[in-house]
Design a protein around this ligand. Structure first.
Ligand SMILES: Cc1cc2nc3c(=O)[nH]c(=O)nc-3n(C[C@H](O)[C@H](O)[C@H](O)COP(=O)(O)O)c2cc1C
Length: 190
């Protein structure tokens, strides 16, 4: 079992990264191998809508940048984890750029749209925000669960947390960390 996480925060050890790491730690406790991508530290261009990727199920995105590492990681993963802080009531631009590039997993080969990615996988999400209201992180997590479903990743749960502002606040919340670890264990358990 391999779990691959995409962490959409530019803060390497911020709240999203801390909770994603706790989740991955739980997955490792359950025997999984894990890999985390931090796209803010990678060179990832915007989708240019060239559509060459759609020609066949095997056609890859022609943009030769660090997204190729993420494609390879996601392709072989048994579970996808997507994490983001709330930025202006939505995901970060960094994460949205990665999500747009996932389009390359689709194909119109044979007519109509279908996913060129074989098999099903599991998924989980992590969303944090500074404000105390609780609706926005849940709504953003629902959005990310829709993205997971679009790639045949069945959402197993989410950590959607409000009231986390400074980068060390999740790390100082043992109950929250324990919830993230438990979700990771569940994600990696048969
Ligand atoms: C550009 C920007 C936009 C933000 N927008 C919101 C927002 O709409 N609502 C909110 O509650 N917090 C907002 N925040 C605060 C972050 O969501 C919060 O600090 C979060 O804990 C950061 O997570 P991180 O440590 O993983 O980066 C914003 C922060 C930045 C830098």
């Amino acid at each position: 079992m391999e779990v691959v996480a995409i962490c959409g925060s530019p803060r390497e050890s911020g709240n999203t990264a801390t909770l994603v790491e706790a989740l991955l730690g739980g997955a490792r406790e359950a025997g999984a191998e894990t890999k985390r991508f931090d796209p803010a530290k990678m060179h990832i261009a915007d989708c240019t809508a060239g559509d060459e990727c759609l020609v066949s199920a095997d056609a890859a995105c022609r943009i030769d940048d660090d997204m190729q590492h993420i494609y390879a990681g996601l392709r072989r993963a048994d579970a996808w984890v997507i994490g983001t802080p709330v930025y202006h009531a939505h995901v970060t631009g960094t994460l949205k750029r990665v999500i747009d590039r996932l389009y390359a997993f689709y194909t119109t080969e044979g007519g109509g749209w279908r996913l060129g990615l074989p098999g099903r996988r599991r998924g989980a999400t992590v969303v944090v925000q500074a404000d105390a209201e609780r609706e926005t992180p849940r709504r953003v997590a629902e959005y990310l669960e829709g993205i997971l479903r679009a790639y045949n990743a069945d959402p197993m749960g989410c950590i959607a947390e409000s009231g986390l502002a400074g980068p060390g606040e999740a790390a100082a919340n043992p109950k929250l960390l324990a919830r993230a670890r438990a979700l990771g264990r569940e994600l990696a358990s048969s």
